[in-house]
Write a protein that binds this ligand. Structure first.
Ligand SMILES: CC(C)(COP(=O)(O)OP(=O)(O)OC[C@H]1O[C@@H](n2cnc3c(N)ncnc32)[C@H](O)[C@@H]1OP(=O)(O)O)[C@@H](O)C(=O)NCCC(=O)NCCS
Length: 363
């Protein structure tokens, strides 16, 4: 039987930060409120596109795997915020990487996009239809924040994370995965009009995130707990057999509630929402990269992951880590820095939502 081992990993975190204190200059909030309700201290905001972030994370993942782009058979880009829908962004990333023979598609299941993509790519590798794949999660979700809604605009940040998977005879990679979509929970998290509708022709397009925080919270905990129970049972594992847990980073209280429900100690849980906020499809691969860089994932560990996102899509997987936790190499691919502040970067977005940022910042 063949497996789909994770052989490379990489991330891109944009250099510009929006701290909670910065946010409190624009909306009626505070660092104390945001941190105590969500565990978030800051988020990275990107001056480059989702595709460019995906490319930079992909270059790092390829270097970590010691692989050349033209050896890839497939590039999947998990994202809710591609800069264009046609052609897909994965094809741009594939060309930029030089992955000449790879197929390329975008996958949108919101925050679970990377996990959904990993499941698809793993099954393709295991079936023998492909040998090597790059699975990326990337989001420039700062552009979707509605600055008139203090209840949601602080929650999200930009970034990208990527992994390379390769066919292997060693029992490794995603062993069991379960994907689901919670019934009747579509309306609690939506970006209506962000796509083609008749309003496209009338110019009546106001993009604004619709969000029911507490409803999402409850559905997310239940959806992830159910998906985790399914994968553990499928692998014949108990929670205590898991060495490390890398959950989706949407709210530290969701993570704590889930860990408590599983009777799983927080010392074995990856939490990096303080640094990145919720980066949607990028959250789990970013967290994996940081867990590897800080020595929290060790060779041969059993790593549990679980995610949820708009839809409400959910999923969980058990990952058997291989023998290597050090990258084979590093890429020096880079883009020029942004010459300005985070407020300069966001000024058109503030104006779109009717926020007079210039006045607020001058106070
Ligand atoms: C958003 C979330 C942090 C809010 O936490 P909460 O404990 O549910 O807080 P509430 O929405 O009940 O708001 C409590 C109070 O704080 C106020 N409040 C909301 N946003 C605020 C902000 N940014 N700053 C200060 N006060 C705020 C509310 O107006 C409310 O005031 P009231 O009690 O006077 O009416 C939480 O519900 C959550 O994380 N939900 C899921 C996150 C998620 O879905 N992420 C994306 C999915 S992938």
């Amino acid at each position: 039987m063949s497996y789909a081992q994770i052989t490379g990993w990489g991330k891109y975190a944009p250099p510009l930060l929006m701290t909670n204190d910065d946010m409190a200059k624009i909306v009626d909030t505070s660092d104390e409120w945001i941190f105590s309700r969500s565990g978030i201290r800051q988020r990275h905001y990107s001056h480059i596109s989702t595709g460019e972030m995906a490319w930079l994370a992909g270059e790092q993942a390829l270097a970590a795997a010691g692989l050349k782009a033209d050896e890839l058979d497939l590039v999947i880009l998990g994202s809710t915020t591609p800069e264009e829908f046609c052609p897909n962004t994965a094809s741009w990333v594939k060309n930029k990487l030089g992955a000449s023979k790879a197929a390329a598609f975008d996958l949108n299941s919101a925050c679970t996009s990377w996990l959904y993509g990993m499941n698809v790519a793993t099954d393709m590798v295991k079936s023998g239809s492909i040998g090597k794949a790059l699975v990326i999660g990337a989001e420039r979700i700062s552009l979707a924040m509605d600055w008139s809604k203090r209840e949601s605009c602080f929650l999200f940040g930009d970034g990208a994370g990527a992994v390379v998977i390769e066919s292997s005879q060693q029992k490794s990679g995603l062993l069991a995965a379960h994907l689901s979509c919670v019934p009747d929970s579509r309306d609690c998290l939506r970006l209506p009009t962000f796509g083609f509708t008749p309003a496209h022709f009338t110019g009546d397009l106001h993009v604004s995130l619709d969000f029911e925080g507490q409803e999402i919270f409850k559905s997310a905990v239940k959806g992830m707990a159910d998906a985790i129970a399914t994968v553990l049972e499928r692998e014949g594992l108990e929670a205590e057999d898991i060495d490390f847990f890398v959950p989706h980073q949407a709210n530290v209280r969701i993570i704590q509630t889930l860990a408590k429900r599983l009777n799983f100690p927080m010392e074995k849980v990856m939490v990096c929402i303080d640094k990145y906020a919720n980066t949607s499809a990028a959250a789990i691969p970013l967290a994996l990269c940081d867990a590897l860089a800080t020595g929290r994932i060790k060779p041969g560990m059993k790593v549990l992951t679980a995610s949820f996102g708009a839809g409400l899509t959910c999923g969980a997987a058990v990952i058997q880590w291989g023998d290597r936790v050090e990258p084979m190499g590093h890429s020096d691919a880079a883009v020029p820095d942004y010459e300005g502040t985070v407020f300069d970067l966001m000024k058109d977005s503030f104006a779109y939502y009717g926020v007079d940022a210039e006045h607020l910042l001058s106070k």
